[in-house]
Design a protein around this ligand. Sequence first.
Ligand code: F6R
Length: 616
Amino acid sequence: MCGIVGYIGKQKAVSILLEGLKRLEYRGYDSAGLAIQQDGKLCISRKTGRVEQLVKETAKLHYTGTAGISHTRWATHGGVTEANAHPHLSSDGKLVLVHNGVIENFAAIKHFLQGKDYTFRSETDTEVLCNLIAYHYAKEPESNAQSRFLESVRKTLLHIEGTYGIAVMCVDRPNEIVAARKGSPLLLGVGDGEYLLASDASALISHTRNVVYLKDGELVHVTPETFAITTLDQADVPPVVDRITWSIADAELNGFAHFMEKEIFEQPAALENAMRGRFSADGSTANFGGLNLAATDFRQIDRFVFCSCGTAWHACLVAEHLIERFARVPVEVDYASEFRYRNAPLDRDALFFFISQSGETIDTLAAMREAKRKGYKVMAICNVVGSSIAREADGGIYQHAGPEIGVASTKAFTSQLLISALFALYVARLRDMSFSDGVNYVQGLKAAPELVRKTLEQAPHIKEIAQRYAQYHDCLFLGRLSLFPIALEGALKLKEISYIHAEGYPAAEMKHGPIALVNEQCPSVFFVPKGELFNKIVSSMQEIKARKGKIIAIVTEGCELPDGLADEVIPIPDCHEAILPIIATVPVQLLSYYIAVARHCDVDKPRNLAKSVTVE
Ligand code: F6R
């Protein structure tokens, strides 16, 4: 949510900032802006709308400065206006700042600053932060020219409640940028005679793969020659330079129309990556390098608690089903945002898992900290290496799905399902699952990439179906057992990218209320896998048909539905039960995607949304 890019070096900053902003646009697209240090001035350009508007604006201005900061905004405080767009300039014109996060005590600070004659041009919390830095800067002795700028940022941050990733420039210090973070991600890219700052690696990877992940409470002072990291209480922090393993091509469209489409088709590879090196030598169970908990400790666990948000929460529901079904250990699933505040009674020997693609979702991070505070061990399943959730967990499992840029999560979700299936196997084999059932399960998991590839071959057929259903206003998604979470996920995908009202339900629950919605104008997507509930689901379909509801059925290949019951049939390959949720997800991703395209929606940047939700 909100993207920051900074640059300092020998090259013209403007094009590097704009390229970075385009890559971070998925984090917010209400407005964009940049500030360049040039000819002893801070030059600022801001535009509402997409980064493209800023590109047009700055093309006229021929900026040549070699240091700058920039921002793409997802509005929190104040509407989508140019005045509220970042960067914000202090009222004395000395300091300029971009910010990702929320300053909770901004009203009190604003009141204080207004008493000192600082003026405000926007409704944002960020402008308050910028002016507070200006206030401290003005108070620092001028003799202290070397550190005056850095110290004024540090002093300001000591008074800030809330979250921030910031980059700041000072007109008096043209060769310096100061950046800091608490609760919002920020990376320093270490180049050859140049440094970049960014909210995530995709914005800097075309310049360098060497990065330093800043931690909460750290500030970095950057010049074209060097950088130094310190804490808010002035302790030096030795930098740890990590190497990004993916390449710029992974963050590009490579011929696909949208990142969502590309990421749907990348799922076979993402699943392979999630499994790589994670099977035992005897092929009967899973191995994890990073859980930091012995097998004997896992045997003591009375209950697993899974917490997350959005799509990742749906992955938790699948994990619940798989762990309870195969390992017979009780699992509780909670929304991270609710867990944090509801003070649930917990088992003594519970183990927590937090699933998060970005590893930065603030609700999930806060819930994790709450569980830790209560003395529980916490595990993370994350895609983004070095993210806050990954770093703060006691152990975890990386997804290795590669960068996910489309706002609607796709490949990260199915990769989370695969890891959940691996984990369920691991726990099951520590308990009652036999060697041969373990071997059979492993074979089932290994088939996932190929079966997803096969399901993706349905894309042209699903695209045709999508054309027929693109103009409806409502849709139900109905599934049972492990496919109930996939019904929720299908409904979420459809509503977030096509703005069609959709709801997911356990198929049999439909008659307890949602069936009131059904008529010719409200189609239902049914998951109809082979198995013991097949006939029950067919009965639910009959009830919909009797009320003239159209039916799209996602059916295991070879299973026969009564003639005329489904209006559309999407076959999926037969598979092991542990990967059924993965296979069944693919058709609903494609259906939502093609419906959104048919409705001319901006698939990768749905309205009001942004990826990586770093505000509460
Ligand atoms: C929906 C979607 C969101 C995220 C949620 C959690 O398509 O992407 O619902 O799943 O915001 O994000 P992460 O996984 O980054 O914690």
